[in-house]
Design a protein around this ligand. Sequence first.
Ligand code: SF4
Ligand code: SF4
Length: 343
Amino acid sequence: MDRGAGCEPPLLVLVRVTTACNLACGFCAYDRRLRFARVTLAEAALETLFDLLASEAARRHRIGEAPPLLSWIGGEPLRWRPWATWSRRARAARIRVSATSNGTTLADPRVRAAVLAELDELTLSLDAEGARFDGLRGWPGGAERLESSIRELVRERAAVGSGLKLRVNTVLMRSTIAGYPALARRLAGLGVDELCFNALGGRDRPEFHVDEALLPRQLEALAAEMPRLREDLAMQDCRLIGGQSYLARLLRAAHGTPSPIAECEPGTRFLFVDEHGRVAPCAFTGDEYGIPLSAIGALSELPARFREARRARCAPACADCPSTQVFGKFAVDSTVMAVAEAT
Ligand code: SF4
Ligand code: SF4
């Protein structure tokens, strides 16, 4: 079963449908222990988004371009009840659909069946093995339960002939990065198709970041191990993605070196829709460049509007671009990282 290429889609539309979550991750703004009013994207905004995406998918189909990829994130999107209905509608309109989930709902066979029926891709979050993961996420027994759900999903996928691509994303932290190669090999053994990672960021919870920020030498050690790790994973039909420029960007961040981006071609390959129905070129510039869904006639008009907004008032985030998309998080690259060049 072809589960699609690992390269970046032509247009990825990330939609934060809710800021509600049932886990307690000390590094995240949506940690269930934090007291603030949780917001879910309104039905009317979803209708508008669907119409815009369906028109864009039809336009791309007419000119022979690949369809856009709509991706649900949160909070926890699979606890947002309408995800399956909206995913079905989107796929019927030639839009590919994915979700990034903490996996807590996957113990339920009905949820796994819906995932296999309604999604093209599912990305699960798993940062470490065993009790370390449980502690990081505030989910007792979580690692074991998530692994069990992955096994079931892989088995059921084969049984029903689903083309779902199963990916696991790992947040690399100071106390866990040394265990990443072992975790990656374990996940490949479970039947996961693709692995990706990001470095712990410090924007949401600086108090957590201070003890867990990656050290440059840790990233250098992982980079040195990457070629062998990629080879081992490939033997198990599992791909570790993240291009050379992505690793280089993580290393610059660990050194505290800014990565300003003069031209990210905002709105051409990536859009971010937040829970208020505001569309921006990335998750970090909604205040400066965000446009309400109701004020958009077609997605194709956004690159020019974002460029104009950026010229009028450049967002502070652009001075040290934190967007993993820009640096090829989802690119396929087996090149050995040139650590010396990256620093
Ligand atoms: S599961 Fe995801 S959204 Fe929920 S608190 Fe953890 S990192 Fe945040
Ligand atoms: S933060 Fe990065 S991705 Fe976002 S608009 Fe600025 S340069 Fe582009």
